[in-house]
Write a protein that binds this ligand. Structure first.
Ligand code: CA
Ligand code: CA
Length: 192
């Protein structure tokens, strides 16, 4: 059954994805079928992408976060996500190793894609993440974590950097790995 399905996907892309992700050929073919059904044009626009986030976080303002995530996944900067970008993204954020996720987190925080994170960029993403947290949950946060600014200050302090310093990818990843508390500032998982 795998053969009939995979013939729909370019062999080159399939091989590449098998190498770069842990998904099997059957899984990839399945995803591709779903992707084509939901997205007949073969490309996801920022608008469509935003709607996916709205569904996941119905009580939150997801607009800026969705934009940043989209930017981090659109690796060739053409303003749309193709199947390969979509699958790599899915792999990095859901099934990948911690290190892969942190590499992705770095690209999320590196807003201008210049290979470094400044405190301004860090603040911007902290704001976007904070907006994902529903109001009633925000109110229950500890005093030193209940605004985006406080969270950005706290997160920045984990890296032992001055206000105007910048963070390279390795420093960012190491800083997060060294501080257990840092992880919940760079992602938000809805409480069930
Ligand atoms: Ca793209
Ligand atoms: Ca940057």
């Amino acid at each position: 059954m795998g053969n009939a399905k995979s013939s729909a996907m370019s062999k080159v892309i399939l091989e590449d994805l098998k190498l770069n992700t842990r998904f099997t050929e059957d899984e990839l073919s399945q995803w591709y079928e779903n992707f084509q059904k939901q997205c007949p044009s073969g490309r996801i626009t920022p608008d469509e992408f935003s709607k996916i986030y709205e569904r996941f976080f119905p009580d939150s303002d997801t607009t800026s976060y969705a934009q940043h995530v989209f930017r981090s996944f659109d690796t060739n900067d053409d303003g749309t996500l193709d199947f390969k970008e979509y699958i790599i993204a899915l792999h990095m954020t859901s099934t990948g190793k911690t290190e892969r996720k942190l590499e992705w987190a770095f690209s999320l925080f590196d807003v201008d894609k210049n290979g470094y994170i400044t405190k301004t960029e860090l603040k911007e993403i902290c704001k976007a993440i904070f907006k994902l947290i529903p109001k009633e949950e925000q109110e229950k946060l500890p005093d030193d974590e209940n605004t985006a600014e406080k969270r950005a200050d706290k997160l920045w302090s984990f890296f032992n950097k001055k206000e105007n310093d910048r963070l390279a990818e390795g420093e960012f990843i190491q800083g997060i790995l060294d501080n257990e508390d840092a992880l919940h500032f760079i992602q938000y998982e809805p409480q069930k």
